[in-house]
Design a protein around this ligand. Structure first.
Ligand code: MN
Ligand code: MN
Length: 452
């Protein structure tokens, strides 16, 4: 296990491979700021790498065999990738699963209003945020609107140089002298306009903003059948004078999603059928039709087993029971600015490689998946064989820390699961910080795991 930054062990060649990988990652992170954008990106990469759609395979009643690659998308917001292994699926599968939803501000279903000559959009935040962090930032709007006739309109405003940005104002310090104003969820209103439409009698500024919506073929009522996410505007960047880190929005958990995606794309003829999951709704409890608790994933595996000629109910249960999984989610990195809730000795540190959390619960491991030592021992063997640098960690002090992942849900099938992911500074903030070596080590770890 590492006590130093693992870059000290890297050859020049390995450093340049890491930099190339991180450049690709930054491009992904900059262009994929919603679940739907991530799924579109992943689908394209999968198709380019020879994956076929499960829906198409089902329509054609195509027989699947060892080496075949399939994907299935769930409602545009979650997906599963599979490479069929040499062994029958009843002997167990190798899973890596991450989530692609991140904390943000969602527009309400009836969001547009005018107040004192300004037009604002009302929001309901998604996931755990510190509300003050979202004020006075340049924000962008990424949305999907579905018209009554089923026509889908995807739009992004606030990322292109030619666009403006939107945002949330904050009170000047002079007016907070006696009492500090605490920002409430209901205060997170996005300022989007101030120009009046003088042809209208009232709500002139709102009328002008609705005209702009209309130029995208969006009526006010269409915002009811829409998913519109307000996120930090701008690209992921190198961070630090030495450029050893990356700052970007949504690294929890798109950093693990990207590392596992790349590992999966390079996988050829695995012994065990390999599965890569990208799930939605982790930040709000893994609920809903697109969250990890959804039957979509189990159903997709059943369909694939069936097309392989290997399906029956009992073998399906045996297969999941004998499976292994890396729940690939980020963890908090030790922050010298905020030592109080962290234990320096057991916290993940930036630059020391992929972080394994045997358990994530707090105050007596409450709610945790507690990984088995038999499984961890096998992993140690594989990681050492493949020269993967890792650290064994916890998130926060015993009575202060903790955090949920998808691990416990998959553990419910009886499979072996452990949390393994990239340490993050400023986790859940609009701009999160990761270390390039940790990102690269995570990719190397997921690759090694698939060969287990
Ligand atoms: Mn996460
Ligand atoms: Mn999170």
């Amino acid at each position: 296990m590492n006590k130093d930054n693992v870059i000290s062990k890297y050859s020049k060649q390995k450093i340049s491979q890491m930099e190339q990988f991180c450049n690709d990652y930054k491009a992904f992170l900059s262009s994929c700021k919603t679940e739907r954008e991530c799924i579109n990106f992943i689908t394209k990469m999968a198709v380019d790498n020879g994956y076929i759609s499960l829906d198409d395979a089902l329509k054609q009643n195509k027989k699947l065999k060892s080496g075949d690659k399939v994907y299935a998308v769930n409602m545009g917001k979650a997906m599963i990738l599979m490479v069929i292994g040499e062994h029958e699926m009843v002997h167990g599968l190798n899973f890596v699963g991450s989530h692609i939803d991140s904390p943000r501000l969602d527009l309400k279903a009836n969001p547009v209003y005018e107040n004192n000559g300004l037009c604002l959009l009302d929001t309901h935040y998604y996931g755990g945020i510190k509300k003050y962090q979202w004020t006075t930032l340049p924000l962008a709007i990424h949305g999907t609107v579905v018209k009554k006739d089923g026509k889908k309109i995807d739009f992004v405003y606030g990322e292109d140089e030619k666009d403006g940005v939107v945002g949330i104002s904050d009170l000047l310090p002079h007016l907070e002298k006696t009492k500090k104003v605490e920002i409430q969820g209901e205060d997170l209103n996005i300022l989007v306009g101030s120009t009046p439409d003088m042809t209208q009698k009232e709500d002139k500024v709102k009328a002008n903003i609705l005209k702009i919506f209309k130029s995208f073929d969006i009526e006010e009522d269409d915002l009811f059948s829409a998913e519109i996410e307000v996120v930090p505007s701008g690209k992921a960047r190198d961070f630090g004078l030495d450029k050893s880190m990356i700052m970007g929005y949504g690294q929890d958990d798109r950093v693990c999603a990207y590392a596992s995606l790349r590992a999966m794309m390079e996988l050829k003829n695995p012994k065990h059928t390999s599965v890569c999951l990208f799930v939605d709704k982790e930040e709000i409890g893994s609920v809903g039709a697109t969250g990890m608790s959804s039957k979509f994933f189990e159903n997709s595996i059943a369909e694939v087993m069936n097309l392989c000629g290997q399906y029956n109910e009992l073998d399906m249960r045996r297969s999941l029971n004998k499976s292994r999984m890396l729940s690939s989610d980020v963890t908090a990195a030790y922050d010298p600015n905020y030592p109080t809730p962290m234990n320096e000795a057991t916290e993940a540190h930036l630059g020391r490689g992929i972080s394994f959390n045997k358990y994530t619960g707090s105050k007596g491991k409450s709610g945790a998946n507690d990984a088995n030592p038999e499984f961890i021992a096998k992993l140690r063997q594989v990681l050492d064989k493949h020269d993967v640098n890792y650290q064994a960690t916890e998130m926060g002090k015993v009575d202060a820390g903790g955090g949920g992942t998808i691990a416990y849900i998959m553990a419910g099938y009886g499979m072996e699961v452990i949390d393994a992911g990239v340490p993050v500074l400023s986790m859940h903030a609009p701009w999160e910080i990761t270390s390039k070596v940790d990102i690269y080590e995570s990719y190397l770890c997921y690759k090694a795991f698939y060969e287990m």
